[in-house]
Ligand binder design. Sequence first.
Ligand code: GLP
Length: 241
Amino acid sequence: MKITICKSEHEFNVTAAWRIIAQMLEKPDAVIGLSTGQTTIDMHAIVSDVYRQYPFDVSRITLFNVDELTNLPRAYAGSCYTMILNQIAGPLGIPPENFIMPPTMSNDFEREARLFEQQLTERGGADLQMLGLGMNGHIGINQPGTPFESETWVSPMDPDFEARVRRETQVPAETILGGLTRGIKNIMHTRKLILIAKGPRKAEMVEKAILGPVTTDIPASIVQMHPNCEILLDADAGALI
Ligand code: GLP
């Protein structure tokens, strides 16, 4: 496990952005997994800015997100599809067939999960996953307690997050919301993982996840077992390391 602690939030954003750009330049048909959330907005903007100023060939790059919300419209501003499209896939002009996302609406999410994995496998599997860290140690939407052998599935949402989504959408109260997320096993099969976190509120969880025991109570702790994993932090998130 390699640990990189950046001096400032800005240095973190730039460093993380260049990890993505470097992967694209090194392997022009790379399959790259992203994460949504506050941690990644600025780094995606930097990737898009660099691309606008110094365009390079992205016609064979595949992008996907580690998870997606279920049972709400794809056009909802908080869907992972819409966020990744607006933040990075759109600005880079990634061909739509190379932007692999499960649908947000389906009668059969188990099938969608299999299809999502199948599409990634057909492209040679994921080369890189920029992996966000939840406040409770979740990765993707795999909440504490999720078995490490879990394969891409629909997980219940964290209750606070679900409450926010319900406030922001017109989804009827009886509709069950969830998140289709790559399973922990699938995430671990990625060739390179970069666990990313910034800000003081993540410091305690970063310490537990990377210095504590590997336990399903903290899904992110499994990255300690990955053979090619970098922990990329800003000074605040790395304060207890
Ligand atoms: C959500 C996403 C995760 C993301 C996490 C961190 O739960 N489903 O993929 O890693 O948020 O979010 P933030 O960066 O806003 O702290």
